[in-house]
Design a protein around this ligand. Structure first.
Ligand code: NAD
Ligand code: UFG
Length: 336
């Protein structure tokens, strides 16, 4: 079976390529390397001892995508390619709509033309907005606070319309919670350009001495210690969820959304303390003001993925922090 992985050189995509190759799938990656480097794919091959096929291709490039489908028999697509910085999306909404939505529509059109109607899409817990916690898949979605989040909501709806128009599609919408951690080898992990927006890469850059201190965004929330609560999920657990989703869509038709989280909430201070334990040293941090748009707390009800995909998260926050730190130590200057 051959799986096309868009955005396969990125953080979650690269870990998913490892799992796919180890499970015996043939893997094709299409990535424009906007937020990644080809070296990541060399490292995926090093970890697995297997080769993947790669195309430097933008998902907005119809001819480039058509070439991939004409040169290969693709059985299913895992669609990671997209821009993901929440703050940037508020400054550059048209870039986000163009890249994420136009790119996705082009991909779906090319798939349809090629007769490949099986797809796993990277959605996000952000589509739940202000719903009560824990989030469940049957809740109404779309009350989102950023253009980025809206791209995820719209693409879910577009795929819903595609399925309604043609029931031979098989679509899995995976709503990720907060992926952190890295592959145990320390060869691949999260390696954002510039100053990180997200908590874990920021913490690990403070720990390695590249950034001076972490600012905790808000210490006055109505939570157990005043800091925000999130559902952190090891990226390898997340990657494995894609394997379960692919296995399911290869044998069925339909459209389903699944929460991919641990089902447990941890505060920012919990994460800082777990990281300090993993790294063996104190982290320099201060409590600052709230970040606009942050919800106080959310976590998943992940029972649907367990029941229907046979997937459940294995790794705890200690392991997530250990693997993040291992990757950071082995790659102090990132992956070049
Ligand atoms: P990432 O930036 O590391 O990976 C995305 C990859 O897509 C990169 O390699 C980038 O170069 C590529 N890409 C972007 N635009 C492209 C285009 N037009 N054509 C081809 N390639 C393109 O991000 P990630 O953390 O691995 O996230 C993967 C997916 O999961 C994204 O869609 C993201 O929105 C979604 N997601 C991520 C998180 C998170 O916290 N990391 C949470 C929820 C959902
Ligand atoms: N935080 C800090 N300091 C920082 C960075 C983050 O205190 O320097 C806090 C945030 O306030 C939040 C928590 O750490 O409470 C996690 O923040 P992240 O930015 O790592 O993650 P978010 O929960 O804000 O967002 C993530 C993804 C989005 C996705 C969203 C919902 O980055 O793509 O989860 O799934 F939309």
């Amino acid at each position: 079976m051959t799986i096309l992985v868009t955005g396969g050189a990125g953080y979650i995509g690269s870990h998913t390529c490892v799992e796919l190759l180890e499970a015996g799938y043939d893997v094709i990656v299409a990535d424009n390397y906007y937020n990644s480097v080809p070296e990541v794919l060399d490292r995926v091959e090093k970890i697995t001892g297997k080769k993947l096929k790669r195309y430097e291709c933008d998902i907005r490039d119809r001819e480039g995508l058509e070439r991939i489908f004409s040169e290969n028999k693709v059985d299913a697509v895992i669609h990671f390619a997209g821009l993901k910085a929440v703050g940037e999306s508020a400054r550059l909404p048209l870039l986000y709509y163009e890249n994420n939505i136009s790119g996705s529509v082009t991909l779906f059109e090319v798939m349809e033309k090629a007769g490949c109607k099986k797809i796993v899409f990277s959605s996000s817990a952000t589509v739940y907005g202000n719903n009560p916690i824990p989030y469940r898949e049957d809740m109404v979605t779309g009350d989102v606070s950023s253009p980025y989040g809206r791209t995820k909501h719209f693409i879910e709806k577009i795929l819903g319309d595609v399925y309604n128009s043609d029931n031979s599609w098989s679509i899995s919408l995976l709503r990720y919670f907060n992926p952190i951690g890295a592959h145990e080898s320390g060869l691949i992990g999260e390696d954002p350009n510039g100053i990180p927006n997200n908590l874990m890469p920021y913490i690990s850059r403070v720990a390695i001495g590249k950034l001076e201190k972490l600012t905790v965004f808000g210490g006055d929330y109505d939570t157990k210690d005043g800091t925000c609560i999130r559902d952190y999920i090891h990226v390898v657990d997340l990657a494995k969820a894609h394997l379960c989703a692919v296995a399911k869509i290869l044998g069925t038709t339909g459209i389903e959304a699944y929460n991919i989280g641990n089902g447990k909430g941890y505060s920012v201070l919990d994460i800082i303390h777990a990281f300090e334990k993993a790294s063996g040293s104190k982290l320099n941090y201060v409590i600052g003001g709230r970040r606009e748009g942050d919800l106080p707390a959310f976590y998943a009800d992940a029972s649907k993925a367990n029941k229907e995909l046979g997937w459940t998260a294995q790794y705890d926050i200690d392991k997530m922090c250990e693997d993040t730190w291992n990757f950071q130590k082995k790659n102090p200057d990132g992956i070049k």
